[in-house]
Write a new protein. Structure first.
Length: 135
C-alpha cells in the first residue's frame, strides 16, 4: 500500500479484470454497491474523451456493520473505493483505497481493527488477480 492505497497493473483488458475482480471480491465477502463509468459520464456530460475508467464502491456488509456499531458517522467514509483504468498495451491499472486512511480521520481507535481486516481482505482479492496472471 502507498499513502492512500494499493496499485497493481494486470495484463488484461479492463472488462476482463472487472469481471475477475468481482469474483475475487465476492470470495472475500465484498460486493459492488456502485459502479461509475467515468469515460461514458465525461463523454455525455462535457464531451471529454478519456481512457476506459471505472470507479467502484465496494463493501463487506459484516465489516461495515461492525464499523457502524462503533460510530454511525463512519457511513460518510463508506464504501471502499476501487478504481480500474486502462493502462498501456491492453493492461489495466487497479487501485484500491486503503481503509485505514479512511478511518484515520475519525480519531476512533476501535475502527482500526476493522479497517485492517478490510485491507487484508481487499489485498487478498487483488493478489488473486495478480497470482492468476503469473501462473
Amino acid at each position: 500500500m502507498n499513502a492512500v492505497g494499493m496499485r497493481v497493473t494486470v495484463p488484461q483488458d479492463l472488462d476482463t479484470v472487472l469481471e475477475r475482480l468481482r469474483g475475487a471480491l465476492a470470495d472475500e465477502g465484498f460486493g459492488v454497491l456502485t459502479e461509475i463509468d467515468v469515460q461514458a459520464t465525461l463523454r455525455t456530460k462535457i464531451g471529454a474523451e478519456v481512457e476506459p475508467y471505472r470507479i467502484l464502491g465496494v463493501c463487506n456488509p459484516r465489516l461495515a456493520h461492525q464499523a457502524l456499531e462503533i460510530d454511525r458517522s463512519v457511513g460518510l467514509l463508506l464504501p471502499c473505493t476501487v478504481v480500474l483504468r486502462e493502462g498501456d498495451a491492453g493492461s489495466t491499472v487497479l487501485e484500491v483505497q486503503d481503509p485505514a486512511v479512511m478511518v484515520s480521520v475519525t480519531g476512533e481507535p476501535r475502527l482500526r481493527v476493522i479497517a485492517d481486516e478490510a485491507a487484508r481482505r481487499l489485498s487478498a482479492a487483488v493478489r488473486r488477480l495478480v497470482v492468476a496472471d503469473a501462473a
